[in-house]
Design a protein around this ligand. Structure first.
Ligand code: 13P
Ligand code: 13P
Ligand code: MG
Ligand code: MG
Length: 382
């Protein structure tokens, strides 16, 4: 039995074949080589490299705790190397998520997304990692609420004495950079009042109330807020621990059986259904989407990553995917209209400010306002 183990999921979009579709295998290979060398040197215990859509995912276990400069530095090196490949191959948007050239000990705020969970391994340590493309961190709000607070989703909240007290949600305000801890079930309506605005309030961590065990972590980086302009969506990752006093894996996956609408999709500017898919379908095509998520099942054994099990690779999710297709078609028919296209607050980071600036002198106080007024006066006989 080793010391506490940290599971770090660190991801970045470093360029893609043909648009924002998927990375080149050579990018995954070079990232794998760098992590393999780190494993050989004993810096990390184990790792797995994959992708969802155009985002490269590094899943790493180690004993160094969250936010460790060696681990973040390692991820940074892997991302730089994958960017180099992207530049050599002239892939699209090479180095997209690396907003800075200089690494200073932590990848947070530099573009990559990070979720890290330090744990004392239990007798068996089942964990699910979620990796999504063409959406934002708040996309996990609804499923995480259902997993940890909704007894219609999670039978264990009623049945399992270890879960019966409920969970504590850390909700992070991305605009203000501060969080609040809220208890479920007591403060369930307060939680919902916040997290129903997923572009601003993000479920960042979830703790089991009875003993403060950390049960879930989400990456909360929002690139646009870091860069001040649209540079791609903040395709998020999440880690959820399972079983034995926590939601069962089936309860965790159940929360994704409804393909809820999330922000992202084409140009990061459209609402669309979040489609749970197996790894082989983690490639986005239609209108650069629809947004999708994979779920990888692991057991952690003295830090070793046993897995992954490709958890959405199940016919039981076929109907969810079919519904997502129908919703995608329905939303697409709105073209550039809200609510398919995002609202003006989110468009702040796209062309909207430039369009408004260009038209500013052409906006005139409308004569029609007077005409309409006169017309209504006439009708009312005054
Ligand atoms: P646990 O004892 O791990 O909570 O098992 C419950 C379960 O998996 C029922 O589906
Ligand atoms: P990514 O954030 O996945 O790079 O997507 C950007 C985009 O503009 C898709 O249309
Ligand atoms: Mg991209
Ligand atoms: Mg992406």
């Amino acid at each position: 039995m080793c010391a506490k183990v940290t599971l770090s999921v660190i991801k970045a979009d470093l360029g893609s074949i043909a648009g924002h579709h998927m990375p080149h295998p050579d990018q995954l290979a070079v990232a794998t080589k760098i992590l393999a060398e780190a494993k050989q040197k004993g810096l990390i215990i184990d790792f797995y490299v994959t992708h969802v859509g155009d985002d490269i995912q590094l899943i790493i276990t180690h004993n160094k705790g969250p936010d460790h400069p060696d681990i973040h530095g390692l991820a940074w090196d892997a991302f730089k190397a994958a960017t180099k490949v992207a530049r050599e191959l002239k892939l699209y948007a090479a180095g997209q998520d690396l907003l800075s050239e200089a690494f200073s000990g932590n990848v947070k705020g530099l573009g990559p997304g990070v979720a890290e969970l330090e744990m004392e391994e239990r007798e068996a340590e089942p964990v699910v990692t979620f990796h999504a493309d063409k959406t934002e961190p708040g996309a996990f709000n609804l499923p995480l609420f259902r997993i940890f607070a909704d007894p219609f989703n999670t039978a264990g909240l009623v049945i399992d004495p270890k879960m019966h007290d409920g969970f504590v949600f850390e909700v992070y305000d991305v605009f203000e950079g501060r969080s609040v801890l809220l208890k479920s079930p007591e403060e369930m309506y307060d939680i919902l009042a916040l997290i129903g605005t997923p572009g601003r309030y993000i479920v960042r961590r979830v703790y089991r109330k009875s003993d403060n065990l950390l049960a879930a972590v989400v990456s909360v980086e929002r690139l646009n807020l870091i860069a001040g302009k649209y540079v791609g969506k903040d395709d998020p990752v999440a880690i959820v621990r399972a079983q034995h006093g926590l939601p069962a894996v089936g309860e965790i996956l159940e929360a994704f059986s409804f393909p809820h609408l999330v922000a992202g999709w084409m140009r990061g500017s459209h609402n669309g259904p979040l489609m749970p898919v197996p790894m082989r379908y983690a490639r986005v095509t239609r209108f650069d989407g629809p947004p999708r998520v994979i779920a990888l099942g692991w057991n952690i054994s003295n830090g070793r990553l046993i897995g992954p099990a490709d958890l959405f690779d199940d016919v039981a999710f076929d109907e969810t995917r079919r519904l997502a297709q129908n919703i995608a078609e329905y939303m697409r028919r709105h073209g550039p209209f809200m609510p398919h296209r995002l609202g003006p607050e989110e468009m702040e980071y796209t062309t909207l400010p430039a369009v408004l600036e260009k038209l500013k002198d052409r906006f005139v106080k409308s004569e029609e306002v007077k005409v309409v007024k006169k017309h209504s006066d006439m009708l009312s006989g005054s």
